[in-house]
Design a protein around this ligand. Structure first.
Ligand SMILES: *Cc1c(COP(=O)(O)O)cnc(C)c1O
Length: 375
């Protein structure tokens, strides 16, 4: 491993942090973690936060210290980063395919309790072979097609047949159902999100009935994200929630509406990209050093924190333009700004470190060891 130079050190004032940098407001981040931990505890449901949001074992440890049962991830590389950092219970809530990856997964199960999702027979057979050759037991969940055009098998009978195969094959234990509705998280109104989650709850119920007919118990129904988790919790069929973004939030979640039609503010923005003004070429324009390589583009441009009258416009890999009011603005070359990313996960994926800040001072620098393309 080569050492990457962090943009900050503990004890620095935030103004000295080099840019672009990924900043976490620790007070807000901790309040977000505590809020969902309390809600799930009160609701009697387990919380297995999604590690693809942070890809950082230090954050995973903090979630577990507040009562989370473990972590979920999308990629074997994320699972490896978390297990290397001491996490002992990880569910890969995605399909993992090919001998190279399956061997890594089985090898990981020698050091931690590992679960994985499946939606086809050949993959289950390969998992059984690798689990046996590594002498481990893998927890295998059947992923139900949520109808969003991603992975998953048809609910009901076809899903129950896969569960039966898992139950029969050595090295594998049927762990229950993966039922995550990715398309529902950012539906803007509560009514739309309710309708979508009612649909997937129905699919879970069909599958549970088919499992019962096959004489198979269903130990777990896991799913749910930051946008819908209360609905999964209230459905009574989920045993575990997989929220990820709630610790950081982003501009896209900021566009969701709550039951009163107000912006969804159960969790507050704790994640920012810190950027420096490099040029001030015109009265109504500042150029900053955060471009495509510093903040995600998939959910639109970032917002400028606490300055709704300013607008960010992407200007390439290393440049962003900030539109200023015609009346002028006090920003000057060297000024620093906080951006609110459009989408938290892919923004985090661009950085090697989180810079944790409290009351304007850097308190911690945490490596993002699970970042990358996700192998
Ligand atoms: C991304 C993801 C989540 C978490 O969603 P958030 O919106 O970040 O809370 C949960 N489960 C699965 C399978 C996911 O892909």
């Amino acid at each position: 491993m080569y050492a990457l130079r962090p943009p900050a050190e503990p004890g620095m004032p935030i103004e000295d942090v080099d840019t672009p940098a990924l900043i976490v407001d620790l007070d807000i981040f901790e309040a977000n973690m505590a809020r969902l931990a309390d809600e799930t505890k009160r609701g009697g449901i387990r919380l297995r936060p999604h590690g693809k949001t942070h890809k950082c074992a230090i954050i995973a440890q903090q979630q577990i210290a507040r009562g989370a049962v473990g972590q979920c991830v999308q990629k074997v590389s994320e699972a490896e980063a978390l297990v290397d950092g001491g996490i002992t219970d990880v569910l890969v809530c995605n399909e993992i395919v090919g001998q190279t990856k399956l061997r890594r997964l089985a090898s990981l199960a020698r050091r931690a309790r590992i679960g994985v999702c499946v939606d086809n027979v050949a993959n289950i057979e390969e998992l059984s072979i690798e689990a046996q050759s590594f002498g481990v037991d893998l927890r295998v969940l059947v992923e139900i097609d949520a109808g969003v055009g991603r992975c998953g098998i048809e609910p009901g009978e076809p899903a129950a047949q896969l569960a039966k195969l898992i139950d029969e094959l050595p090295g594998l234990t049927f762990g229950g159902l993966q039922a995550y509705h990715g398309g529902a998280q950012h539906l803007r109104t509560l009514a739309e999100r309710k309708a979508a989650i009612a649909g997937i709850v129905d699919k879970v119920n069909q599958t549970r009935a088919a499992l019962q007919r096959a004489g198979l118990p269903c130990p777990e129904v896991t799913g749910g994200g930051t946008g819908t988790y209360r609905l999964e919790m209230e459905s009574g069929v989920y045993t575990e929630l997989q929220c990820g973004s709630y610790i950081f939030m982003d501009a896209d979640y900021g566009r969701n509406r709550d039951e009163a039609g107000e912006p969804f503010r159960r969790f507050a923005q704790s994640l920012f990209v810190y950027t420096t003004v490099m040029s001030r070429p015109a009265r109504d324009r500042a150029i900053v050093d955060a471009g495509l390589k510093a903040v995600s583009i998939d959910c639109g441009p970032p917002l400028i924190h606490d300055q709704p009258d300013l607008e960010y416009i992407f200007k390439g890999d290393e440049h962003g333009q900030v539109r200023l009011p015609d009346t002028g603005h006090s920003l000057h070359v060297g000024s620093k700004l906080l951006l609110v990313p459009g989408h938290c996960d892919p923004t985090v994926n661009m950085y090697d470190h989180f810079v944790g800040v409290r009351d304007g001072w850097v308190e911690s620098v945490w490596p993002i060891t699970g970042r990358g393309p996700g192998r």
